[in-house]
Design a protein around this ligand. Structure first.
Ligand SMILES: [Zn+2]
Length: 225
């Protein structure tokens, strides 16, 4: 983990960047902290050389209720996580604003709840979500490629499997009411076997460029005159 600045080194125009991950099953081949690894790595790539940015340690145990039923998954749930975000952002009033960098889509509801409260308090909060056209949903081609590119030693290459390949629209209802285990016994939504390190490298470059531009634009919007 890169070291953080001292307090006198923090500029009054600083914004705070927080990687937001999860600790949940990612199939038989990816570690539980996959989302945290991805979010942290993207923050590191996107903010290298940037001024007036404070990158915090990641939030690594968040809302993962949909992955209950698999050993290893740990979650604090949507309500508790929304409260965590609200209190964290309130404590950043010395900064111009806070950017949450998301590796886990299951936090969407908590983030919405917290953002509504923080906006009503006139606090600056922005969320960056990775937009990957044609991505599969969980622990498949997309996430496995990303992890191969971040650190291939973390991927159990001999355990790459296919999971539930049905489109999200078909399984969404079961997912929401009964969780991932009801639709995929190995925990994968997609196909990890087709993952490549090259695809992961390309995705990391695209996503970190996009995140870099997102942070710059928030900084411009929030900078103190
Ligand atoms: Zn994930």
């Amino acid at each position: 983990m890169p070291s953080s600045p001292t307090w006198p080194e923090v500029s009054r125009n600083a914004c705070v960047v927080i990687p937001v991950g999860s600790f949940e099953q990612h199939g038989p081949h990816l570690p539980l902290d996959t989302d945290t690894q991805v979010a942290s790595h993207l923050c590191m790539l996107a903010t290298t050389g940037m001024e007036s940015v404070v990158v915090t340690p990641p939030l690594s145990i968040t809302a993962s209720g949909e992955h209950a039923g698999f050993p290893g998954t740990i979650s604090i749930g949507t309500e508790a996580f929304a409260t965590v975000i609200v209190e964290l952002v309130r404590s950043c009033d010395w900064a111009t604003g806070v950017i949450l960098v998301h590796g886990h889509g299951g936090n969407f509801e908590a983030v919405q709840q917290a953002t509504t409260i923080l906006n009503s308090e006139q606090r600056n909060i922005a969320s960056w979500w990775p937009h990957i056209p044609d991505a599969d949903a969980h622990a498949g081609h997309t996430e496995t490629s990303l992890m191969l590119a971040i650190n291939s030693n973390l991927v159990r290459i001999d355990k790459l499997e296919v999971g539930n390949m049905q489109p999200m629209s078909k399984i969404q209802r079961d997912l929401q009411t009964r969780g991932v285990h009801a639709v995929s016994t190995n925990g994968i939504l997609g196909d990890a076997r087709s993952a490549t390190i090259q695809h992961g490298i390309e995705l990391l470059a695209e996503l970190s460029d996009n995140l870099h531009a997102f942070i710059l634009s928030a900084q411009q919007q929030w900078s103190r005159a």
